[in-house]
Design a protein around this ligand. Structure first.
Ligand SMILES: Cc1cc2nc3c(=O)[nH]c(=O)nc-3n(C[C@H](O)[C@H](O)[C@H](O)COP(=O)(O)O)c2cc1C
Length: 370
């Protein structure tokens, strides 16, 4: 059976991570992924969308069986306990994705403190809720809090420099995220084919695992990541387009419908983002070029002078998804969308991916390449 150090480290069957895809709910997707033997991740950033994107918040709390009037901490506590309740029988393993960028520190602390409390309240949860996955910021300041609470710590980076920073912080699993990936992409992009082996060469050792993200969506790409030296892959777009995923049907079908060159990069809330290519996103890319060209040049927006029409456009377009308005919708996804042609059940999909990867890796020996 296909196994890697990632499986041993967190106790999952297969070396695959279902990406946390915030601020959108992954509450049901995470349950399905954990029960399928991969690491399921809950996104948490929807919990602080109550004021500026209430449609995201509403979907988040409803799918997590929390109450719209709950505080952020209480809502997260309910979501975590629900995930535990729905995964414990099958031995599912899960974690949370927490954004730790400087402007979100207050929220990040609420999320991580709640995670610690939930595990202290019920020690058996520790056997299932094992991972804190941080993103979008410097890992170093979070070391003591996360490590002393006994979590396995994963952090996502877009560069070798970022990976070295993770190593300094004592991150257990460094996730190297290539430019192919869905939604937020980095300011200075590098693709997985370069970033993943470069990260493995720079930081992988007995204590530090490396996982690839961005473009991984099937057995071929999983096998390729393992051959490049990774301990596993994180998949976002592939899990988005599944039966159990919490994303709107419009979004899932958008991924399936995407063809050759089916995505583009334009502004997305905090910087460059990869969207499904539609007339609406093409218009957004044009507006980005005109009003926020820094997105394409690696220069962050100045929020005191930015043209607010771009932000309004993004908010309206995400709201449109929740209203099922195809013409107005902006939907994020990775380049992998062009290789995704179905909406499977998560368990069937995971088994298929693993079987294909096993066959490919076995087959390599029979191909007389050497
Ligand atoms: C809709 C969407 C939302 C995402 N939101 C987040 C997020 O909040 N935090 C994060 O670390 N990554 C986020 N990602 C990136 C994923 O975690 C993952 O790294 C990426 O999807 C991998 O590339 P792939 O889409 O080719 O599988 C998001 C991806 C998508 C498609």
């Amino acid at each position: 059976m296909l196994k890697s150090r990632l499986c041993d480290l967190v106790g999952i069957k297969y070396p695959i991570i279902q990406a946390g895809m915030g601020p959108f709910s992954n509450n049901n997707l995470c349950v399905a992924a954990s029960n399928a033997g991969v690491l399921g991740l809950l996104s948490t950033s929807g919990l602080f969308s109550k004021d500026n994107q209430p449609w995201i918040y509403k979907a988040f709390v409803e799918s997590g069986e929390a109450d719209p009037d709950d505080t952020m901490a209480v809502a997260l506590e309910k979501v975590l306990k629900r995930t535990y309740r729905l995964t414990r029988e099958k031995g599912g393993i899960f974690g949370i994705n927490v954004m730790v960028s400087a402007e979100l520190v207050q929220y990040s602390n609420i999320m991580i403190d709640t995670a610690i409390k939930v595990r202290e309240d019920n020690p058996d949860i520790k056997n299932h809720f094992k991972v804190i996955f941080t993103s979008a910021g410097d890992p170093v300041p979070w070391r003591d809090k996360i490590k002393s609470a006994g979590f396995t710590w994963m952090h996502v980076v877009p560069s070798v420099k970022g990976a070295q920073r993770c190593k300094k912080a004592g991150v257990d699993v460094i996730v190297a995220s290539g430019h192919e990936g869905g939604f937020h992409t980095s300011w200075e992009p590098v693709h997985s084919m370069i970033l993943l082996p470069a990260t493995v060469e720079a930081v992988s050792d007995d204590k530090t695992l490396v996982v690839g993200a961005g473009g991984f969506c099937d057995g071929k790409t999983l096998a390729a990541a393992l051959v490049l030296g990774a301990d596993g892959v994180q998949m976002g777009t592939r899990f988005l387009a599944t039966q159990e995923s919490d994303f709107h049907q419009l979004w899932k079908e958008g991924v399936v419908a995407a063809e050759d060159r089916g995505t583009l990069v334009a502004r997305g809330f905090v910087g460059p983002a990869r969207w499904l290519k539609t007339p609406r996103s093409v218009e957004h890319a044009r507006n980005t070029l005109e009003k926020s060209p820094g997105v394409f040049l690696g220069i962050p927006d100045d929020y005191t002078t930015i043209d607010m029409s771009l932000i309004d456009y993004e908010n309206e377009s995400i709201k449109a998804v929740y209203e099922g308005n195809k013409e107005m919708a902006l939907m994020a996804a990775g380049e992998a969308a062009q290789r995704i042609n179905d909406l499977p059940m998560v368990n069937d999909m995971v088994l298929g991916i693993v079987k294909d990867a096993e066959n490919i890796l076995r087959g390599i020996q029979r191909k007389n390449l050497l």
